[in-house]
Design a protein around this ligand. Structure first.
Ligand code: NAD
Length: 387
């Protein structure tokens, strides 16, 4: 391979277009847009590279070393399988797929890849946010002690009716495969598993079309239990503004809060359980220190993850987000959805065939008629995708 990666973009809508803009403006080094594929001919007009209406034609053309898949979610699986079988490197937008069974199919295709050196990455741009990186360091170094409780309120994903009406696939079971859990929250669900691992039990309340004229979920409150006895609460909606993005973690060594810029740690000088067992004071508490952990900005986000993909292919750098890890956030979101729909606690690992049957049932029983209206000005797309 030459010293420049020839990238094909599949799906050049909002996000594919944003990636293309980042590459064209020279922000992703050693990467060139070698071809673009989109099923909508209007999206391909005026592009100065080879264009394709079908991804299979692009893959057969020999014009690309790697592809970036930024299509609606079900196509991540089918296109991803074709691209891996064609021997190219693959980066897939979040979520990896709609449900766990499709993730398993995609990962199986990666395991069957014809070239051992093929890379398979996912666009989890929030893994570049230094606040989450520092929190992960604290947890992995044992500085925060055993985690006891996690709360994430992520309700600043406000979306309007115009947003949902802007695409026929959006917020439908058949087209998108869900609502806030599958479109907006994959980043936070990925960070949940990246930071705290997977829970063993989930109980959720899920409201379908509570704040919008949509058939999928737009409000979720989930309770999670981990094998260690730690608990979690995850609250999300697209129907609230200004909304909140607050991650609070209680560990033996104190409480960390990430809200806005930075990371605040109130550190217990003695682990809380040890203090409780050993003190003679009825109302005592361990001494605490306020630890200000310096964190600036929100990291390189999409550009950093794409640059990392290029560097991993050309120089062998480790991937920020190997795509196989994407199955976990999908499973977590599936667990919340299925728990809410079935009105019961679900155990993890999930039975992927059972989850797939639920999706098929939702699609088969859908009577929803989507009204598509051309979107007005997009507003601040970049800002709304760097949280
Ligand atoms: N990482 C992030 O921050 C972020 C932000 C927004 C969207 N996304 C993800 O990006 C993906 C696309 O979302 P979007 O908002 O850009 O959607 P979009 O509707 O704006 O664009 C999707 C594009 O894919 C094209 N397309 C559909 N089926 C195709 C196929 N089979 N082959 C080729 N092209 C096809 C459509 O014509 C359209 O141009 C989704 O997975 C979404 O979750 C990620």
């Amino acid at each position: 391979m030459s010293s420049t990666l020839r990238l094909g973009i599949i799906g050049i809508g909002n996000m594919g277009g944003a990636h293309a803009g980042n590459i064209r403006s020279g922000q992703v080094k050693r990467c060139t847009i070698a071809a673009v594929c989109d099923t909508d001919p209007a999206r391909l007009k005026g592009l100065d590279c080879p264009v394709f209406a079908d991804h299979r034609a692009m893959l057969a053309s020999g014009t690309v070393d790697a592809v970036l898949i930024a299509t609606p979610h079900y196509d991540h699986t089918t296109i991803g399988i074709d691209a891996l079988a064609a021997g190219v490197h693959v980066m897939v937008e979040k979520p990896l797929s709609v449900h766990k069974a499709d993730c398993e199919r995609l990962i199986a295709a990666y395991e069957r890849r014809p070239k051992p050196g093929q890379l398979f990455a996912a666009m989890f741009n929030q893994r570049t946010n230094p606040a989450y990186i520092k929190l992960r360091d604290l947890i992995q170094a044992g500085e925060l002690g055993e985690i006891r409780r996690v709360n994430w309120i992520i309700t600043d994903w406000f979306r309007t009716e115009a947003y949902y009406a802007s695409g026929g696939w959006r917020a439908t079971w058949r087209g998108e495969g869900g609502g806030v859990l599958i479109n907006q929250c994959p980043h936070q669900l990925d960070l949940m598993q990246w930071l705290f691992g997977m829970p063993v039990r989930v109980r959720a309340h899920v409201a379908l079309g509570k704040w919008h004229a949509i058939e999928t979920e737009d409000a979720v409150t989930a309770y999670l239990e981990y094998a260690t006895g730690a608990t979690g609460v995850f609250i999300t909606t697209t129907g609230e503004t200004p909304g909140t993005n607050r991650l609070e973690v209680a560990g033996e060594r104190g409480r960390v809060v990430i809200e806005g810029e930075g990371l605040k740690w109130i550190r217990n000088t003695t682990p809380m359980t040890e203090f409780s067992r050993t003190t003679t004071q009825s109302f005592g508490r361990p001494e605490t220190w306020n630890v200000e952990i310096p964190v600036k900005g929100s990291g390189g986000q999409h550009i950093e993850v794409l640059q990392n993909f290029v560097d991993a292919i050309l120089d062998g750098k480790p991937l920020i987000a190997p795509a196989q890890e994407g199955i976990r956030s999908v499973e977590l979101g599936n667990a919340m959805l299925v728990s809410g729909l079935l009105d019961r606690t679900v155990e993890l690992p999930l039975d992927s065939a059972m989850v797939e049957r639920e999706f098929q049932r939702l699609i088969a029983s859908s009577k929803f008629e989507k009204k598509v209206v051309a979107a007005g000005p997009a507003g601040d797309f970049a800002a709304s995708h760097s949280r």
